[in-house]
Write a protein that binds this ligand. Sequence first.
Ligand SMILES: Nc1nc2c(ncn2[C@@H]2O[C@H](COP(=O)(O)OP(=O)(O)O)[C@@H](O)[C@H]2O)c(=O)[nH]1
Ligand SMILES: [Mg+2]
Length: 325
Amino acid sequence: MVCRKFVMTPLKIDRRPLKDIFVDLELTCPTKWLNDFFCGKIAKALETLQVRAVIHWEFELDIRVIIPTYNEKDNITELVKQILALPINTQIIVVDDNSPDGTGQIARQLAAQDSRVGVIHRAGKLGLGTAYIAGFKKGLAEGADRLITMDADFSHDPAYIPALVTLANYYHITIGSRYIPQGGVVNWEWQRRFLSWGANAFARTMLGLKANDCTAGFRCYHREVLLNIDLDKIFSNGYSFLVEMLFKCQRQGYQVGEIPITFANRTHGQSKISQREIYKAMYTVLRLAGTRLIPQRRILVSALPPLPANSDSSKNLLEKPASHP
Ligand SMILES: Nc1nc2c(ncn2[C@@H]2O[C@H](COP(=O)(O)OP(=O)(O)O)[C@@H](O)[C@H]2O)c(=O)[nH]1
Ligand SMILES: [Mg+2]
């Protein structure tokens, strides 16, 4: 962990104001705990000298990318490589459900080679929703500030991750969206396009969701969001988890932002979405629609700055990343 700024101002001794002193220190400590400890000790020492100090410190964000996998042996190695090569510092949590094709063993080897990779091995195929929850719990326990979810099959291009994280400075949840201008889908047959579009329209209408792509699995959540949503009370264990999460986040008052992405159909392996998952998702939407009648107890959510209009940062978010085809 890097404590990049250590600023003290204003500085007064015995009520006589000194000139403002700004101290800019580069403190590098391996953990937040050590940082807190040292900064606390310095603050105490200043107090004894009757020096009043305002101390700000800034941490590099701890970003975790959670990748649920089931039979992704042809994708996982390259995906992990591309994520670790991004210009932002990220760690990875692979959640494998004992994939028969050996994805779990490959992930274990990747973790042995690089400490930024972690793996959760589960006994069998327990569903996409519970895989996300397992990844969230591990990431939160390890102190993650931003938790990103994405598919293992390159439908979600890792090159979009920096933009998702930047947009998260202004929103509690950010989504890589297919259904906003400049977003889209390539190489999907019309049936799958229709299914995705229909599921999205159904969920948005029935649940009053404001996001344009409510079924997207490419997301970045603030730590606060996942701490305040009771993950153990999420009903869906499969694909409809994504809709349920978004519904709960919106009801709590969290702000959702979207960046456009081009979603490419997988070239290796097969989709795991089944007819059963589709029926389960429809049931989830209807069940959640019923709960809209029950008033929601609002919690206090953190205030975030508005996205600067027409700034370089907002323009960059809309531009396709260089590595994207
Ligand atoms: N751990 C785990 N991962 C799953 C499960 N079902 C799907 N996945 C993973 O979830 C992601 C999305 O699944 P995918 O089959 O690509 O769905 P599609 O994009 O909707 O066709 C992929 O990375 C899958 O390997 C599951 O039951 N357990
Ligand atoms: Mg996929």
